[in-house]
Write a protein that binds this ligand. Sequence first.
Ligand code: CTP
Length: 413
Amino acid sequence: MADNTSLVGKRITLCATGSVAAYRAADICSKLVQAGVTVLPLMTESATAFLHPRTLATLAGQACYASLSEDDGGSTGIVHITRGQETDIILIAPASANTLANLAHGLCSDIVSATCLAATVPVVVSPAMNTQMWEHPATQANVALLMNRGIKFIPTRHGQLACRAVGDGKIAETEDILSFLNALFVAQQDQPLKGKRVLITAGGTREPIDAVRFIGNASSGKMGAALAQAALDFGASVDVICGPGVVPMPAGINRVDVTTTNDLLDASRPIAKTADLVIMAAAPADYRVANQVAGKHKKSDGPPVLELVENPDVLMQIVASRRPEQLIVGFAAEVGDPAPEAIRKCADKGCDFVVGNNIASEHGAFGSETTQLVLCNAQTVVSRFEPSTKTIAAEQLMQLLVSALLERQMLSV
Ligand code: CTP
């Protein structure tokens, strides 16, 4: 069991909403209580079709409200006001598609969404639903909107769902939910990056072939988004340079959108000058097309012969004009054990660390929710991480980088 000591003494409003995974709220409630948390449960009425409020009330040792009509402003005050203002965070687990839609649009016809509308504390959601519902543009638009407003999402898992289909939308493991909350509290308490500037690059770049086609890769920017959230949680001011088509970025960052590797370099230079920590998680295209076609290449002209020229290595360029007290970190996407190549790239590119991941493994493929990182310097492996969600890996990686950064800055004072 992970060390979740930052949960001790916390007060969490746990909300269960209408999903078959509502039964998991009981396990989450029980594990939170065992971790030393005071859990104040709430449920939507539709969640009560899957789980009795008495279960959460008994496990939490606190009243569980499941309807606004029970919220009579009695001895504990108006529940949908106090729960979102007098606890440390609100956790919605499971969060149904309907609840995400309510939250996105400010609807408050049930006690969970009313509590969120009145909340002043952070809201964390752990969605659970059928794959089609999760991937529907309406749900994804709601997720993007809520992330932009600062609501934190615990990634869903891929697996067999209640409807027996296999896909995304499965609620996170209880252990991952607890680790997520613990990391959030650690970051909130310490804020070790307060006053520091962090630059992150995310996603792939695209090199045009003609007006409609490009050379690109499948990088989703999920790792960059998770790193941005971790840096924000640690109190940093965060700039993220995003390639096209990346996943939504967390609220509170300064976002710059770019298309090509040269654009990425141009956008990185001025920000890197003043950044304390630079993390190049992007997958920039190594080559661009020298003989780009103006307009659209026509099939009748036969297969195009592309003349490729090498792009600048953004990381090496940033390292070339570094300040000594900066920490500069690259990524290496490899097939097989990434450590040897991560060590070599770190030495060749002159950065402080390279984080390797195996894109051929089930944890680490472009676009996947999970990853298994290995942090290397120019000589050796510094740390091998267990497979985990990108969110948790980002928090763990950020903790190591923060220590290295603070040590470096102390030495260079
Ligand atoms: N990188 C960069 N500019 C490039 C290519 C890569 O800044 N033109 C950075 C990436 O952001 C990453 C690191 O270099 O931090 C390693 O990227 P990767 O694609 O793994 O390495 P390459 O140097 O391109 O080597 P190869 O493709 O041969 O593995």
